[in-house]
Ligand binder design. Structure first.
Ligand SMILES: C[S@@+](CC[C@H](N)C(=O)[O-])C[C@H]1O[C@@H](n2cnc3c(N)ncnc32)[C@H](O)[C@@H]1O
Length: 246
């Protein structure tokens, strides 16, 4: 009947919205990305799952192009199925969600979109890294290290903006990003926190500086937080105490 683009959040299934959980419970088919996979535990066994994950470098992922994914969504929608298109983080933040909506709308397939917790904000927050801090950083900018047609962000302009810089899809390009920002005048001592596999059991946080970022061990997927707010060290996040209720 309808194709629902649903944000899966950064990984921890408890960060799903109530609406996402409801739609996953009533779906006929779930078409999911690689980064949305941790959330599949909440999908009933009877629901058909289609993995269309693209990421992970050459040879990795399901091999689907964006055009193929658009076609799959249109075909499933035309079959009259209730389809959840489960996307990592928020569907409209570097997720090509708008392209999928345009394809559905052009084909006359009804669609909805459900926001998700974007890794750009959710991963630093869950790791205890503030993006803004009174007197330290009054703004943050989110960029993707990879742009269409192999273009690069304007690191020189980004270095001038000030505030906190959040970089997605930048783990493998961290050396080049650091060099570009240093060349643009940012201080080598600028604080950086790199959070890999954020909100998941395998999460790794690396605290470093812009000068050292190129040689720091950072595994993808990672969210890089660059700027003075990343130097604000909060007390460790308290472990959640589960209290049994009778
Ligand atoms: C294609 S973008 C999709 C972003 C997604 N739509 C969102 O709002 O989070 C994928 C990038 O998001 C970041 N990312 C996604 N999940 C992450 C996680 N659990 N921990 C750290 N970074 C993550 C990484 O930078 C990764 O390369």
């Amino acid at each position: 009947m309808t194709v629902h683009l649903v944000g899966a959040g950064p990984g921890d299934p408890e960060l799903l919205t109530l609406k996402a959980v409801r739609l996953l419970g009533m779906a006929d088919v779930v078409v999911h990305d690689r980064l949305a996979a941790p959330v599949l535990a909440l999908v009933p066994e009877t629901v058909t799952r289609i993995d269309v994950g693209k990421g992970g470098g050459p040879g990795a992922g399901s091999g689907h192009t964006q055009e193929a994914i658009n076609r799959i969504l249109v075909e499933l929608g035309r079959l009259g199925l209730e389809v959840v298109r489960l996307k990592g983080g928020d569907p409209f933040v570097f997720g090509r969600g708008a392209e999928e909506v345009l394809a559905l709308a052009e084909a006359g397939v009804p669609w909805t979109v459900v926001p998700g917790v974007s890794s750009a904000v959710g991963v630093p927050t869950a790791a205890g890294v503030p993006l803004t801090h009174r007197g330290v950083a009054a703004s943050f900018t989110v960029v993707s290290a990879t742009l269409a047609e192999g273009r690069h962000p304007d690191w020189e302009a980004l270095a001038r903006v000030g505030g906190t810089l959040v970089v997605l899809m930048g783990a493998g390009r961290r050396a080049g990003i650091a060099t570009a920002l240093l060349d643009a005048g940012m201080a080598s001592a600028t604080a950086v926190v790199a959070v890999s596999h954020g909100t998941l059991a395998e999460e790794v946080r690396v605290r470093t500086t812009l000068g050292q970022l190129g040689t720091a061990a950072v595994e993808a997927p990672a969210t890089l937080v660059i700027g003075d707010a990343a130097a604000v060290v909060l007390p460790p996040v308290s472990p959640v105490r589960e209290t049994a209720r009778t």
